[in-house]
Design a protein around this ligand. Structure first.
Ligand code: DAH
Length: 377
C-alpha cells in the first residue's frame, strides 16, 4: 500500500486499497496523525485549530474520509470503512471533549488562584497615629489655665500691621520691629493691604478687647511666623500661647501668682520661679520669667560633675516674656485705663515642650520623623 502525503484527499482506489485489512491500516495511519497532533497541543487555541482541522463540516478530515473513502467505496470494503470511520470518529470526539474539559478546568483554576483569600494570614494593621507633641503640650498648658478660669480664643494668622504692631503700641519706626521682621503677602493690584503673617499671638489681645468688655481672661494658642534662619532654636514658624487677663483691680501680685501657679503645675511643685525686668512695648512693667533649672534642680552643677549644660551653671532657665498691660494699649481698644488693669504673657509652646521633654533641636517638631513622634504616643 503506497503512502501518500494526504491520503484522505484521495479515493481508496487511487490509494490502491483493496482489502478490509488495508482499510484498517489506513485508518491507523490517520489516527496516529491525529494523536501526534493532539499530543503536541498546549493551549486552548491549539485545540480549537485541531477541532477545526478534523471536524469542520466543509473540509475537515472526517468529512474528507466520508466523501473520498466511504461514499465511493466498493461494496466489499464499505463495511470495513464504515466501522473504522465510526471508531475513529468516537476517538476524535473523546479526545477533543477531554481536552475541552481540561482547558476549562485550567482556566478556572487560574482564576480562583488569583482570587483566593487566605483567611489564616494576619490582617493588615494600619499604623495608628497620635497627637503631635506640640499638640499634647498645648493641651497640658490649656488644661492648667482652664482650671483657673481662662478660656481659649483663636485669631487670624494673616494680619494687618495695625493689629500686629500699631495697636500693640509699636509704631512704624519702632526699633523692636527689627526683631519681628516678617513675611508680607504679595497682593493683587488694588487689593487693600498690606497684609503679613503675624509674628506673635499678641494681636489677638486687641481683637478680643475690641469685642469684649472686662473681665477678660483668655489664652490664645496658634502659629506665628518670623524671618528667622532655621537652627536648633529658631524656625520660621513656631507656636505661641498668649495670655490676657483684664479686670478692675488686677494687681502685679495676681499676675506673678498666676504665672507661678502655672509653672509649678507644668514643671512640678519643686520648681521655683523668678522674674527679671524686660521690655515689651505693650506691657509696663515688662518682665521675663525664669524657672529654676529643671535639669540640675537649680544647683547649676551637672550630676556628672562640672556645670549644668542646660542652664550654663546659672541654675535658672528663661521661660517667657510677660507684663502688666501698658495703659497705652487700652487706648486702642477704648478701655478706660483708670478703671481696668491686667496682665499678659506670651509662652513659646515649642520652647516649653523642649524644656519639659529634654529636646534640644526645635527642627524635630517639623520633620515628621516617626521615630521621633513615636516616642510621644
Ligand atoms: N509677643 C511677644 C513676642 O512674641 C511675647 C510677649 C511678651 C507676649 C510679653 C506678651 C507679653 O503678651 O506680655 O516676643
Amino acid at each position: 500500500m503506497p503512502t501518500v502525503d494526504n491520503p484522505t484527499q484521495r479515493s481508496l482506489s487511487e490509494l490502491g486499497v483493496t482489502s478490509p485489512e488495508e482499510v484498517r491500516s489506513l485508518f491507523e495511519q490517520v489516527r496516529a496523525r491525529f494523536d501526534a497532533e493532539a499530543n503536541g497541543n498546549r493551549h486552548a487555541v491549539d485545540w480549537s485549530m485541531t477541532r477545526q482541522a478534523w471536524l469542520s463540516r466543509k473540509s475537515g478530515v472526517l468529512t474528507q474520509i466520508t466523501e473520498n473513502w466511504l461514499k465511493p467505496s466498493p461494496v466489499e470494503l464499505k463495511r470495513a470503512v464504515g466501522e473504522s470511520l465510526n471508531n475513529f470518529k468516537e476517538h476524535v470526539a473523546v479526545v477533543l471533549a477531554d481536552a475541552l474539559a481540561a482547558v476549562e478546568a485550567g482556566a478556572e483554576a487560574a482564576v480562583s488562584a488569583k482570587e483566593r483569600v487566605d483567611l489564616s494570614l494576619p490582617g493588615v494593621i494600619g499604623p495608628t497615629g497620635s497627637r503631635h507633641l506640640i499638640r499634647q503640650v498645648l493641651q497640658e498648658i490649656e488644661d492648667i489655665f482652664f482650671s483657673i478660669g481662662f478660656s481659649v480664643v483663636e485669631g487670624p494668622e494673616v494680619e494687618t500691621p495695625y493689629y500686629n504692631f500699631e495697636a500693640l503700641n509699636i509704631p512704624e519706626h519702632h526699633a523692636v520691629r527689627d526683631d519681628m521682621d516678617t513675611f508680607y503677602l504679595d497682593l493683587p493690584n488694588g487689593a487693600p493691604g498690606p497684609l503679613l503673617l503675624r509674628t506673635h499671638t499678641s494681636p489677638v489681645q486687641i481683637h478680643v478687647m475690641e469685642k469684649r468688655q472686662p473681665p477678660v481672661r483668655v489664652i490664645v494658642p496658634g502659629k506665628v511666623y518670623r524671618r528667622d534662619n532655621p537652627d536648633a532654636t529658631h524656625s520660621f514658624m513656631f507656636h505661641q500661647i498668649e495670655g490676657l487677663a483684664v479686670d478692675s483691680g488686677i494687681t502685679f501680685c495676681d499676675f506673678t501668682g498666676t504665672i507661678d501657679y502655672f509653672v509649678k503645675q507644668f514643671f512640678g511643685e519643686a520648681v521655683k520661679t523668678r522674674f527679671r525686668p524686660s521690655y515689651f512695648p505693650f506691657t509696663e512693667p515688662s518682665i521675663e520669667f525664669d524657672a529654676s533649672c529643671i535639669f540640675c534642680g537649680g544647683s547649676g552643677a551637672a550630676k556628672t560633675g562640672g556645670i549644668c549644660g542646660k542652664c550654663k551653671g546659672a541654675g535658672w532657665i528663661e521661660l517667657f516674656g510677660a507684663g502688666m498691660v501698658d495703659p497705652a494699649v487700652y487706648g486702642f481698644v477704648n478701655y478706660d485705663p483708670k478703671k481696668v488693669s491686667g496682665f499678659a504673657f506670651g509662652i513659646g509652646i515649642d520652647r516649653l515642650a523642649m524644656l519639659k521633654y529634654g529636646i534640644d533641636d526645635i527642627q524635630v517638631f517639623f520633620q515628621n520623623d516617626v521615630r521621633f513622634l513615636k516616642q510621644f504616643p
